[in-house]
Design a protein around this ligand. Structure first.
Ligand SMILES: [Zn+2]
Length: 736
């Protein structure tokens, strides 16, 4: 039975929500209050307790049990629920050996000890040992070289120092890039093995007290993680572009291009210390130093390192939970929500903190529907398996259902780990005003101001004088751009479904990430005591889902998209100009022998080589495309204000154009060297991984000084923007 005390709402201030008719705004706000009132931190706590009670990585009994448990909850709350399974390549370690040979011989422990203060850390027989998934098998003995973070700039620095890693094993610090970039670059520079360790400077004793006294990584703590070459394509390495169902045709292992070509092993700083101590040769540049009590040398040392790794290359099942609440008016328009449920070990912070918030959100919405809330569009709640190894569950599902999703997908909202602190929001830029309206409504549990005010306060406090002058009074949250790092890739970058990623954080830092210490015990002490930010996250994401589901006109904003793209184009033009000036200047300095005269003659130093001059690129088609988009977006804004008044048939058509506009940002041929990534505005960097590259086709060609490819991609992006503007024009004509 429906209880509809709308009078209460109508007598308070009339607040209008983007995309809602006035009368519907009032109803919506009423239901949002009801939604908030039902959220329970206690539920999140008890679900986390259960879901993290045993290690729940891909292929483990608890992984399957968790999927079935959550499916049961969704059913109980009235959702049409299924568990969809896929069969994917998931390697686990068989042999892990790392030793230093010679007079200071040493064998790495590769073990994280159980702690009495952490109840689940003792489940040794169920834990995956520390390893990097999709490392290759290998048995190599070689000299060792320290490569700092192992990113592009570090190899440039090594070249200047006259250090060659060919035939060597490299050791890199975690951080500075997604971990998979480190072995990929090492391999491309000729290294035969790669070791990655957690320096205490980043998440250990240099940051705070270590676990179990404080939250930070103890000396034996290891960060597990995938090194699949996800910037090429995510998901099962054997089934790119198709769902890994039982009968899918599979690549042979040797043809799977996303598997690393050399052995890679993550280790603790305790295991890294003797290796780093064995290095001689030059002292590292200042910025490469970590927090260990040694002089950091680049190497190589006199002693050899032996690295032997062997994996079980097994096919394992994935369990994706898919739960739907069908819409009453537009059941074929899907508002999709997801968080992954698999962890590397007990995975409390990552991912269960986000998962339990999504569950509580879904429970509350399920109750509202029972109380009479009518959903216009269909809600699809997902709990993904296999995110940690390589976005497996979400990618296989989006590939498997691509035809239907291209038709029906309106919006995808992702979360992952959540903790105490500040809202972090990234997404398709047409969603900027939509998100900011929501951020006005959600109250920060620690300070009582809304989450936007709190974020603004932090930004002002952290900014320098210049930054403050720019920021002053501008409280609107600017969405970050989505690269890779969690389950939106299939939706946004493969299918062109507008997406967002949300989470709180910044005040729950620690060193438990991807270790056996990411546990319930750790999370409730340091992550989000009392699950207050679990509730705040549900208030934020639940509003986003409910507003998308019931808006009269979908809340996509063309001018926010235009503003962002315009900024990106300006950035790229500046990038070319800067490259040209810098190249000219450096070439001149080389000609004048300045590098030779400035170097310390007792140190190894190779002067940089003369670089090819930067040609002038023709941005005119791109600039014209941006100018047209600007004009159309202004017209669109004018019409959009009154769009809720349109007759039903026009509204229906308008909404379809609006959510499919993001599809026109795809190019079916994909980005250079990675056809899977079709979105022309956002992609993970080929050499940064998580780090986003905007207008990636152009930007990466510029960074690689491939001027022809840059020019080709300028033309491709111009056409892409023109296609988007055509959609905007269609929308405008439809609103007239
Ligand atoms: Zn995660």
């Amino acid at each position: 039975m429906a209880v509809i005390p709308f009078l209460f709402v109508l007598t308070t201030k009339a607040q209008k929500i983007m995309g809602f008719k006035e009368v519907n705004s009032a109803k919506q706000l009423y239901w949002e209050k009801q939604f908030d009132a039902r959220l329970s931190a206690q539920n999140m706590d008890s679900w986390m307790h259960f879901l993290t009670s045993h290690p729940h990585h891909v292929g483990s009994p608890q992984d399957k049990a968790n999927a079935e448990y959550m499916a049961g909850l969704f059913r109980q709350w009235g959702y049409q629920t299924s568990v969809e399974t896929y069969e994917v390549l998931f390697p686990t370690p068989k042999i892990r050996l790392l030793e230093l040979q010679g007079k200071n011989s040493f064998k790495a422990k590769l073990e994280e000890p159980s702690l009495k203060e952490d109840k689940t850390s003792g489940q040794r027989s169920e834990q995956l040992p520390s390893y990097n998934a999709y490392s290759s098998d290998g048995d190599v003995t070689a000299g060792l070289v320290f490569v700092n973070r192992g990113v592009v700039e570090d190899y440039e620095e090594l070249e200047k120092m006259g250090i060659d890693v060919r035939g060597k094993i490299v050791i890199a610090k975690y951080g500075g890039s997604w971990r998979g970039i480190k072995p990929k670059l090492a391999y491309q520079h000729g290294a035969v093995g790669c070791i990655i360790y957690s320096d205490p400077q980043d998440d250990g004793y240099a940051r705070g007290d270590v676990y179990p006294v404080g939250a930070f990584r103890p000396k034996e703590g290891v960060q597990r993680g995938s090194v699949m070459d996800m910037p090429v394509y995510p998901g099962d390495p054997l089934t790119p572009g198709i769902g890994a169902t039982k009968n899918a045709s599979h690549l042979e292992l040797k043809d799977a291009s996303t598997i690393m070509k050399i052995p890679v092993l993550p280790i603790s700083w305790e295991d890294a210390l003797p290796l780093l101590k064995s290095l001689s040769g030059q002292v590292v540049p200042d910025s490469w130093r970590g927090a260990l009590p040694i002089t950091y040398h680049v190497g190589p040392g006199k002693e050899m390192v032996h690295l032997k790794l062997q994996f079980n290359w097994d096919i394992k099942p994935l369990y994706d939970v898919i739960a739907k609440l069908p819409g009453n008016e537009f059941p074929d328009q899907w508002i999709i929500r997801g968080n992954h449920h698999d962890g590397w070990v007990n995975g409390a912070g990552d991912p269960i903190s986000g998962m339990v918030s999504e569950l509580e959100e879904a429970r509350s919405i399920g109750e509202l529907v029972k109380k009479g809330l009518k959903l216009k569009r269909t809600l699809v709640y997902c709990a993904w398996d296999g995110e940690e190894p390589g976005l497996l569950g979400s990618t296989e599902w989006t590939e498997d259902h691509q035809v239907e999703l291209r038709q029906k997908g309106v919006f995808y909202l992702n979360t992952d780990g959540n903790s105490r602190g500040f809202i972090d929001a990234s997404g398709s830029h047409s969603l900027t005003p939509f998100f900011n309206e929501i951020a006005d409504e959600v109250i920060d549990p620690q300070t009582g101001v809304n989450i936007k005010e709190r974020k603004y306060a932090l930004a002002m406090v952290l900014a320098d004088k210049n930054g403050r002058d720019k920021l002053n009074g501008k409280k609107n949250i600017k969405l970050g751009a989505l690269g890779a790092g969690s389950d939106w890739a299939g939706f946004l970058q493969y299918l062109g479904i507008s997406s967002m990623d949300l989470g709180f954080g910044g005040e729950g830092p620690g060193g438990e990430y991807h270790s056996i210490y990411d546990s319930y015990d750790h999370y409730v002490r340091f992550g989000d005591p009392g699950f207050k930010y679990g509730v705040a996250l549900a208030e934020t994401t639940g509003r986003a889902m409910l507003r998308m589901a019931n808006a009269d006109v979908l809340p996509f904003d063309v001018s926010s998209f235009y503003n962002t793209v315009n900024e990106y184009v300006t950035e790229l033009k500046a990038l070319v100009e800067n490259a040209r000036n810098e190249t000219e200047q450096k070439n001149q300095m080389i000609g004048d022998r300045l590098f030779d005269l400035a170097k310390d003659p007792v140190k190894n130093f190779n002067s940089p080589k003369v670089k090819e001059a930067v040609p002038y690129l023709d941005f005119s088609n791109l600039e014209n495309a941006v100018a047209k988009l600007k004009k159309s977006s202004a017209e669109f804004q004018e019409q959009y204000c009154n769009a809720t008044q349109l007759p039903a048939d026009k509204l229906l058509k308008l909404n379809e154009i609006l959510f499919k506009a993001e599809r026109s940002l795809l190019n079916e041929k994909g980005l250079p060297h990675r056809a899977w990534y079709k979105h022309q505005i956002y992609a993970p960097g080929l050499y940064t991984g998580y780090g986003v590259k905007t207008l990636p086709g152009i930007r990466e060609a510029l960074e690689q000084r491939n001027w022809n490819q840059a020019q080709e991609n300028i033309e491709i992006v111009s056409k892409t923007l023109q296609a988007y503007t055509n959609q905007v024009q269609l929308a405008i004509n439809n609103m007239r």
